[in-house]
Design a protein around this ligand. Structure first.
Ligand code: PAF
Length: 284
């Protein structure tokens, strides 16, 4: 089936409200495009759970800081339409930035404590941009459910918090990280990596695997587990650590002792590319 592409917010809202009126379940997969198998897995699950599946494609300027990669963020609408169609998407909502943030725009959504650590600490304002655009997308697409990947673990936690705090009638579904055969977490930003950097980038998932293996051998001390990750990453010359942290999986507060549900999260620069990855220590 061909995908319908809608650029205008009012048209999108009318389309979605009409579907709801007919009793159809609406699912939304919010994306910034340059789709890969990770996005396709969200779409497949959305397809399974809904009668109208919408994917948004919008590189959201509000979530990029000064000097970040907004301008060069990879874009490929034709490829995205192909991937979305194959995954069973009915509608792609692809608004223009000027339509999402017209002159005079002045409303933002800010989740407080959960956005302070991890990526929130190194990318000030990032989550304010994410929650604002997701809130707008929920208003426009009117979904019953929305799907997000766990690679952006903190983003998922922040969106869950926003949805609960603002009584939004949207079920938030978190989906497992999709990895390349060698373990690299799929990300649109992997497109920035040279072949050598792509190899170096494996230190993120290998560091996390080292921590999980140490935990499985009975180590619960945070410093030792963090050390297991940092020594794998430090062995990679091209890698510069942004953070390596063990945190409570729900509150994202630091933990004094690790258990199987503890989140291990890393952000590392490989050359000019900032990559993130995470796992729960008790995961296989
Ligand atoms: O994860 C992303 O691609 C973006 O942060 C999102 C959720 C689409 C908001 O722009």
């Amino acid at each position: 089936m061909a995908v319908t592409v809608i650029e205008n917010s009012s048209d999108m809202q009318r389309y979605a409200l009409n579907a709801r009126h007919e009793g159809r379940t609406v699912a939304l997969v919010p994306t910034m495009g340059y789709l890969h198998a990770g996005h396709a897995s969200l779409m497949a699950e959305g397809r399974r759970r809904s009668e109208l599946l919408v994917a948004s494609i919008f590189v959201n300027p509000a979530q990029f800081g000064v000097g970040e990669d907004f301008e060069k963020y990879p874009r490929d609408m034709e490829g995205d339409i192909r991937i979305a169609a194959a995954a069973g998407v009915d509608v792609i909502f692809a608004p223009a930035a000027a339509a999402m943030y017209p002159a005079g725009y002045q409303t933002y959504v800010d989740v407080e404590r959960l956005t302070l650590p991890l990526c929130g600490a190194s990318r000030p304002g990032h989550f304010r941009g994410v929650t604002t655009v997701v809130c707008k997308l929920f208003g426009i697409v009117q979904p019953h459910l929305a799907l997000f990947g766990r690679k952006d673990y903190q983003q998922l936690a922040v969106i869950r918090q926003m949805t609960a705090d603002l009584n939004m009638p949207v079920e938030i579904i978190g989906m497992p990280i999709v990895r390349e055969a060698d373990g690299l977490a799929m990300s649109s930003r992997n497109a920035y990596l040279s072949a050598a950097e792509r190899q170096s980038a494996l230190c993120l998932c290998r560091g996390l695997a080292a921590a999980r293996a140490l935990f499985a051998r009975g180590e619960h001390a945070v410093t030792e587990l963090v050390h297991a990750i940092s020594s794998v990453i430090a062995a990679e010359e091209a890698a510069v650590v942004d953070y390596i942290e063990l945190r409570d999986q729900l509150t994202l507060e630091p933990v004094s002792q690790a258990d199987g549900s503890t989140l291990a999260a890393v952000a590392v620069r490989i050359g000019k590319t900032r990559l993130i990855d995470n796992c729960l220590l008790g995961e296989e």
